[in-house]
Design a protein around this ligand. Structure first.
Ligand SMILES: [Zn+2]
Ligand SMILES: [Zn+2]
Length: 343
């Protein structure tokens, strides 16, 4: 089968290759991949700015149909429509695994990052990681269930958001635009900030998806706009989804006292500057977020089925797998929001 492979450590070293079809173990299912979405972390992996263990087939945001089941697989059969968590190789016996958090197990080697992923016709996945895809959800939008689960876990389950909150989302990429929709569903007033470069596509999309205000940081003052929207106090919640040094500093400055910061954006650098004393005197709750829990997948799928979030509107490019370079390029140039590849 044709597959997109990161074949060695370092910047680049990704190509389309002929690879053998995966052989499943007794506890795995073989999924015929219907759609695989390119994640921001795939771009970071391309540039070696995110942990990765090559050689491996890339891709962890997928939807598909079960093509084959291992002998010990329960509750799943050939033809079932599925999406899958990515916590492959979690050990099952450490502090995190034993307390219901296998997604932060240090032994975890995620799909498409530490083991072969879904940028191919088939992928093998342990059956315990599967979630059922309702018939009303199409495969292309379903391939975005992973970032949806990450946002549900980070913003709803871990940070917490209330009706009436004033929320600033910095960074109108896929994570920011999904968090925007979750915040709106939770009853918040939402401002979304982004660079002038993002204004034409991504900030416009934020308005389309229900943002109450958008802020072009090249032209407007974020802190002033947030204060104006919150009676002078500052945001109850800031979602930092850009990873940019300016936005990280602004996030602390935009928060009200004892507000909540939900940190989701990767900087791609070893360290980032934060205004420490401002933070001390504001005493915010800061939650660093990554990965997703079992419950966040179930919640995300329910919300998608009930049309409380729309993932299809984030997909700007749908391309055959062979055109992966075009998709990666469009993302890096800021010309795409979500690129979905069809194997
Ligand atoms: Zn992802
Ligand atoms: Zn573990």
């Amino acid at each position: 089968m044709r597959a997109i492979v990161k074949y060695r450590k370092g910047k680049g070293f990704v190509e389309e290759r002929e690879m053998p079809e995966p052989q499943i173990t007794e506890d795995e299912v073989l999924i015929e991949v219907k759609a695989v979405s390119v994640c921001g972390s795939d771009i970071h992996i391309y540039h070696d700015e995110h942990p990765n263990w090559p050689p491996m087939i890339m891709g962890h945001e997928l939807s598909g149909v079960i093509a084959e089941t291992g002998k010990r697989v329960k509750n799943w059969k050939k033809g079932d429509r599925v999406v899958t968590e990515t916590r492959t190789k979690s050990c099952g016996t450490c502090l995190y695994c034993e307390t219901g958090k296998p997604h932060i197990c240090p032994e975890k080697r995620p799909l498409g990052i530490g083991v072969d992923g879904a940028m191919a016709k088939y992928v093998a996945v342990p059956w315990k990681l599967l979630h059922r895809l309702p018939p009303s959800i199409k495969f292309v939008e379903a391939s975005l269930c992973e970032p949806l689960a990450v946002c549900v876990h980070g913003l709803i389950e871990r940070t917490g958001i209330n009706a009436g909150d004033t929320v600033l989302i910095s960074g109108p990429g896929p994570i920011g635009l999904i968090c925007l929709q979750l915040a709106k569903a939770a009853g918040a007033y939402v401002l979304v900030s982004g660079t002038s470069r993002s204004a034409g596509l991504k900030l416009k999309k934020a308005l389309e998806l229900g943002a109450d205000e958008i802020i072009d940081i090249g032209k407007e003052n974020v802190i002033e706009k947030v204060k104006k929207a919150s009676g002078g106090y500052g945001a109850d919640v800031v979602v930092e989804a850009s990873g940019s040094p300016f936005a990280i500093k602004t996030a602390f400055e935009s928060l009200r006292r004892q507000g909540k910061l939900c940190a989701m954006g990767i900087t791609g650098k070893p360290a980032a500057e934060i205004p420490w004393d401002t933070a001390i005197f504001k005493a915010p709750q800061v939650t660093f977020c990554f990965s997703s829990s079992w419950s966040s997948w179930e919640t995300g799928i329910k919300m998608l089925e009930r049309k409380q979030v729309n993932l299809a509107k984030l997909v700007t490019h749908q391309l055959p797998l062979a055109k992966w370079q075009e998709g990666f390029g469009a993302l890096q140039k800021g010309k795409a929001i979500k690129v979905v590849l069809i194997p």
